[in-house]
Write a protein that binds this ligand. Structure first.
Ligand code: NAI
Length: 462
């Protein structure tokens, strides 16, 4: 039996970051992980591998769409699927090995196996019982199931199976126009699959700014994705190589069937807390199955904390990381803090979509007086030169104080551009602060400044 200050269960972005920060702050730390490699869903079967496939297929798209226009003559790209998967595998490996290195460097013990909490202050991993003053649950999430849809991870797949398909499907049906559906749908569409997205609501990416939703769907349609909106999937029927997807249109209750070689189920994720023994411990869950926590991430049992996808809030790696650092600081006697009002969200399609803060719809619901500064990438010289002028930056600011309340970007490098606005919001900046900051020319970032200018006397290039 070993004794620790902190044992963290789960080594995803929440857990491993928490472990490293605990160790840096002088706490004797261990992290429990049952997978063969560290990094959790994000590094092994989520963010990182999907970004590798998105990057590779974006290159295909770029070659096919824009090379000719720039005077570069190349033959149609030939896809070596096996090699693309190998590249994805190498990307995973270098990242997961990196965490292993950081654990060694920071003297974090990796307790290999699946952990449970038999009693407060105790963590069981395999047959070994360990003691800890503090326990942090960072067990993440898993795909939620859909009634009538049986996942086999070969023909009917979740994001996990979609990252390692045996071959590129000819016809793919994606259930759910959320982040996973649109990112992975884009990957296979760029690889030549005929992709149809079936979505329950009338808009893609629920919760996002309405204007962005419309522009995003238009761009994806232009790229070849098809959409069936307002459609509730009822069931799938699969053989070893094919599947049928039955859906009902909400407007008239009519039933329709789609044929596919592959069905991606992307209808959300749910907290993964199986096997931890939370029930017996008396750790309360919310009615959505999330571990209930207080303002300091402590569960209803003293000394047991929880972070990341297992608790409430957006299921995002960086939100989990921030909570991991804040909990570590709290346990080390500092004031851990997360500003939930400034957590960016990014969809890594092409173009990217990024947002932070409130949407226009939320501002209207709250009866807030606001102004909109919008700038199209059509007015950005760099974007035009790079054939990347589709999309816009939209900044929402308080009508009276000019304080930035939210920002929504669809366009090139949106996932990077958003952070300038995040920093501004953390500093309580006004749109004018961004507008008066000199931005290098020619950069995509100038579009952010122009949107900020549009909150005041007007953008220059529109
Ligand atoms: P999601 O919640 O983003 O979207 C699910 C979609 O499925 C919704 O639009 C919903 O209306 C639709 N849906 C549900 N039931 C349906 C039915 N029966 N028929 C048709 N449509 C139906 O969930 P998603 O895409 O699975 O992602 C899960 C989580 O992972 C999210 O919290 C997301 O934020 C996170 N994630 C984030 C990424 C990023 O930050 N780039 C990448 C991948 C995942």
């Amino acid at each position: 039996m070993a004794s620790y200050d902190v044992i963290i269960i789960g080594s995803g972005p929440g857990g491993y970051v928490c472990a490293i920060r605990c160790a840096q702050l002088g706490l004797k730390t261990a992290c429990v992980e049952g997978r063969e490699t560290l990094g959790g869903t994000c590094l092994n079967v989520g963010c990182i591998p999907s970004k590798a496939l998105l990057h590779a297929t974006e290159m295909v798209h770029e070659t096919e769409e824009n090379f000719g226009k720039m005077g570069i003559g190349v033959a149609k790209p030939k896809i070596d699927w096996k090699q693309m998967l190998a590249y994805k595998g190498e990307t995973i490996e270098t990242n997961t090995k990196g965490i292993e290195f950081l654990f060694k460097k920071n003297k974090v013990d990796w307790l290999k196996g699946w952990g449970s909490i038999p009693a407060p202050g105790k963590v069981k991993v395999g047959d070994d019982l360990h003691e800890a003053k503090h326990i942090v649950i960072a067990s993440g999430s898993e795909p939620s199931s859909l009634p009538g849809v049986e996942v086999d991870e070969k023909v009917v797949v979740t994001s996990t199976g979609a990252l390692k398909l045996g071959k590129i499907p000819k016809k793919m049906v994606v259930i759910g126009a959320g982040v996973i559906g649109l990112e992975l749908g884009s990957v296979y569409s760029r690889l030549g699959a005929d992709v149809t997205v079936v979505e329950y609501l009338d808009v893609v990416t629920p919760g996002m700014d309405g204007e962005v939703q419309k522009t995003f769907q238009r761009i994806l349609k232009k790229q070849g994705l098809s959409f069936v909106m307002g459609a509730a999937v009822q069931k799938t029927e699969a053989t070893k190589t094919k599947a049928k997807v039955t859906y009902k249109l909400r407007k008239d209750d009519s039933e329709h069937v789609l044929d596919a070689d592959c069905v991606l189920v992307a209808t959300g994720r749910k907290p993964f807390t199986d096997g931890l023994g939370l029930d017996a411990l008396g750790v309360a869950l919310t009615d959505r199955g999330q571990v209930q926590t207080d303002a300091h991430w402590q569960t209803t049992v003293k000394g047991i904390y929880a972070i990341g996808d297992a608790i409430a809030g957006p299921m995002l790696a960086h939100k989990a990381e921030d909570e991991g650092m804040a909990v570590a600081e709290t346990l080390a006697g500092q004031a851990g803090h997360v500003n939930y009002d400034v957590i960016p969200g990014v969809i890594y399609t092409h173009p990217e979509v990024a947002n932070v803060g409130l949407t226009e719809e939320q501002l209207k619901d709250q009866n807030r007086a606001y102004k909109v500064g919008k700038f199209s990438f059509m007015g950005n010289g760099r974007a035009k030169a790079n054939h990347a002028a589709d999309g816009f930056v939209k900044i929402l600011a308080d009508k009276d104080t000019d304080r930035i309340l939210g920002a929504h970007i669809i366009g090139p490098m949106a996932g990077d551009l958003i952070h300038e606005i995040c920093v501004a919001m953390e500093f309580g900046a006004a749109a004018e602060d961004l507008a008066r900051t000199c931005h290098a020319h020619p950069t995509y970032s100038e579009a952010v400044r122009e949107a900020a200018l549009a909150c005041g006397d007007g953008a220059i290039h529109s």
